[in-house]
Design a protein around this ligand. Structure first.
Ligand SMILES: Cc1cc2nc3c(=O)[nH]c(=O)nc-3n(C[C@H](O)[C@H](O)[C@H](O)COP(=O)(O)O)c2cc1C
Length: 178
């Protein structure tokens, strides 16, 4: 509860680098996430190369604030874990497959684990998903049958944002019926 309440989207970072062992431990926690049929569709690409980070931020609608984060973790879902999807060779925002929704769902759970573990370890993060598959994948050599669910910026926070507004519980909660 404490870590869930503490987490914020962080868009300003100090210059302090993040230890590779710490990044690895975030992934170690993330992959404990549940997934439908335990399919575990997730993959992670850790990016710390400054030139590559520039290209990724530019492809994410020029979100230059991302560059202050020393590390990006690109979170990718692989549809090949789903049976019957062996012949899927291309995915993008328009793809209709139900399986695509499932791998995005499961990878998103995993990313949430990652972000909460990062918060617990004193790191700041922000989800970024404002990009097109076609713009991000080629930068990282990601095949066209994989789906980039999120890019998580990771670093030490240089800001302490107040909690952002949320719906009242009564607006989200239903009993027995919609
Ligand atoms: C799927 C997803 C995509 C997001 N994409 C972006 C993004 O591209 N750029 C950005 O600055 N924030 C992005 N965010 C962060 C949200 O703006 C943020 O979570 C929301 O405003 C609530 O603030 P909080 O995370 O501090 O509670 C994204 C969050 C999610 C969950």
């Amino acid at each position: 509860m404490e870590v869930i309440e503490k987490r914020r989207s962080i868009r300003k970072y100090t210059e302090q680098p993040v230890d590779k062992a710490l990044i690895n431990s975030l992934i170690q926690t993330a992959i404990l996430a549940p997934s439908g049929h335990n399919t575990q569709p997730w993959h992670f690409i850790v990016v710390d190369d400054p030139e590559l980070k520039k290209k990724i931020a530019a492809a994410s609608h020029k979100q230059d604030w991302m560059l202050a984060a020393p590390v990006f973790i690109v979170c990718v879902a692989d549809i090949k874990v789903m049976s019957g999807c062996e012949d899927v060779h291309f995915l993008d925002e328009e793809s209709p497959q139900l399986e695509l929704k499932k791998i995005i769902r499961d990878t998103a759970i995993c990313v949430d684990h990652l972000v909460l573990e990062a918060t617990e370890r004193g790191l700041g993060t922000c989800w970024v998903a404002w990009y097109k598959q076609a713009d991000i994948r080629p930068l990282l050599g990601i095949p066209e049958d994989k789906y980039v669910v999120s890019i998580v910026t990771v670093g030490y926070a240089a800001q302490e944002p107040k909690p952002r507004p949320r719906k009242k519980m009564e607006e989200a909660l239903h009993y027995n019926r919609w």
